[in-house]
Design a binder for this molecule. Structure first.
Ligand code: SF4
Ligand code: SF4
Length: 483
């Protein structure tokens, strides 16, 4: 019977390659990868992790295209309206001055990503990253048109013929169509979606909209069709710094070298410990784990920064293990501690705690920011022509301009109040109606009794309150007198 404990293999070469990286707890590139030297033709792989990845990628792609078509209260629910400088998110409107909240969201997302990375390694890259999702869509199209990996390799090597030309044209046409749809999908977050698709495909879109759609379409075509893993290897900063988040408990795709070596081909059901070819480990050297890898690496060489944790090699190896009747998970999502039989609780990891606390703080900041956000914006600007005026009935007048913005998506009714250490009286009309998103420049005059004013400069507070309790805003200013 095959066994998983092969203690008598020569693992000197393996020691020198893998153990230093494990001891330093950092992923490293130990050998020049195939990805850096030749075109990768990925073998399509089925399996549990590929089912999860395909489901998650499909969900994300569907959401990407469908979200702009959701309407809320008669308007596109999610829209960055650059012309009006507003971001509509269902019932909420964010203005440029509210964009700190977006900064908090990005910071919180970064800490959450780091938190997950400490636990699950580069799970983001393998399962959620748009680059991975679109690359697998493009590979799927390539497979449908040009055939499986072997056929694609053969087609690459074959001289040009009408069949090769037809397949290539069809593939690039399909890639181009997906790229154009992706360009529209992205710009649909900035321009009303329904009009956008109609205008683009009827050639009626404006110059700038057309330019941006084609810009993102070309980026998609190049990234998913041509650059693929090169984006992950050379352009993505996350690949470079994710190693600092790893520790001995991080679960990442790992080859169990102690179990797999010495690798070597053998007949199915052959006991790897038989003397026929010397003692063998469980790795049958089928090379499937390399052929399915989207970044073209050999995970048996140890932890490598090119690995995006997609799990394709795990599924491929499990398939081989099943065929040979060996135990699964020669390649698996596991941690250094689990592999060496050590137990180290996660809560003892300072990185895990640190990123978790940082993410919680940022989520709290977002909640407080949202809670304290006002739907009204008020700016009080004093009249610069004169400090004050004396009226015929010996009262003092000061003039102001109130800049009031209704930040909601509904028409609102407001009332202006003035208060301070004097009996101020508003001369202008106090009730206002402001349209959704409108900023009103509203001139007002305030009158006061001079004998009640203690100083030449007095405090005055303007308050604007929505008449149905949809919020209020206040701002202080000065009231001047001749004293
Ligand atoms: S080594 Fe395995 S998990 Fe890593 S990128 Fe390649 S196939 Fe995916
Ligand atoms: S898929 Fe598994 S058995 Fe095949 S070469 Fe890779 S590690 Fe060895």
């Amino acid at each position: 019977m095959p066994t998983n404990n092969h203690n008598n293999f020569d693992n000197n070469a393996l020691d020198s390659a893998i153990r230093p990286a494990r001891e330093q707890r950092i992923p490293v590139t130990l050998v020049p990868s195939r990805a850096q030297s030749s075109k990768i033709h990925i073998r399509q792989q089925k399996g549990d992790f590929q089912k999860i990845r395909t489901s998650m990628n499909s969900l994300l792609v569907a959401l990407f295209f469908l979200l702009p078509f959701i309407s809320y209260e008669g308007r596109q629910a999610i829209l960055f309206d650059l012309n009006q400088q507003q971001f509509f998110f269902f019932g909420t409107t964010l203005w440029p001055q509210d964009f700190t909240i977006l900064a908090w969201v990005f910071i919180a997302a970064a800490f959450l990503l780091f938190f997950v990375t400490v636990f699950w390694g580069r799970i983001w890259c393998g399962y959620l990253c748009p680059q991975t999702a679109w690359t697998f869509i493009y590979v799927w199209i390539e497979t449908q048109i040009e055939g499986n990996r072997n056929k694609r390799v053969a087609l690459d090597k074959a001289p040009w013929s009408s069949d090769k030309l037809k397949k290539r044209l069809l593939k690039h046409y399909a890639w181009g169509a997906i790229a154009l749809l992706t360009g529209c999908g992205f710009i649909a977050y900035f321009v009303p979606a329904r009009e956008l698709y109609l205008n683009i495909f009827s050639f009626n879109a404006s110059f700038w909209v057309t330019t941006w759609v084609w810009f993102f379409a070309i980026c998609t075509y190049l990234n998913a069709g041509w650059m693929r893993e090169q984006m992950c290897l050379h352009c993505c900063p996350y690949a470079r710094f994710q190693s600092v988040m790893f520790d001995a408990n991080t679960k990442t795709v790992t080859y169990n070298a102690a179990r797999g070596e010495n690798r070597g081909p053998r007949k199915r059901q052959q006991n790897p410990l038989s003397a026929e070819k010397g003692a063998l480990g469980d790795c049958v050297d089928c090379n499937l784990c390399v052929e399915v890898c989207p970044t073209g690496i050999d995970i048996r060489n140890g932890l490598q920064y090119e690995c995006i944790d997609c799990g394709a090699c795990v599924d491929a190896c499990n398939q081989t293990m099943d065929k040979f009747g060996y135990q699964r998970n020669l390649i698996s999502y596991t941690s250094e501690n689990a592999l060496s039989g050590k137990a180290e609780p996660f809560y003892e990891s300072y990185k895990f705690i640190g990123y978790g606390v940082a993410a919680l703080i940022m989520l709290t900041v977002i909640a407080v920011d949202i809670y304290s956000r006002s739907n009204i914006e008020l700016n009080v600007i004093r009249d610069r022509q004169s400090l004050y005026r004396e009226t015929n009935d010996n009262k003092i007048e000061n003039s102001y301009t109130l800049k009031i913005r209704n930040k909601t998506q509904q028409t609102r009714l407001y009332r202006i109040y003035v208060s301070g250490n004097n009996s101020y009286r508003l001369v202008s009309e106090a009730n206002l109606k402001i349209l959704p998103g409108e900023q009103l420049d509203y001139p007002v005059t305030v009158v006061a009794e001079p004998e009640l004013l203690a100083d030449s400069r007095n405090e005055i507070t303007f308050t604007i309150a929505e008449q149905h309790n949809y919020g209020q805003a206040s701002q202080q200013s000065s009231f001047f007198t001749p004293i």
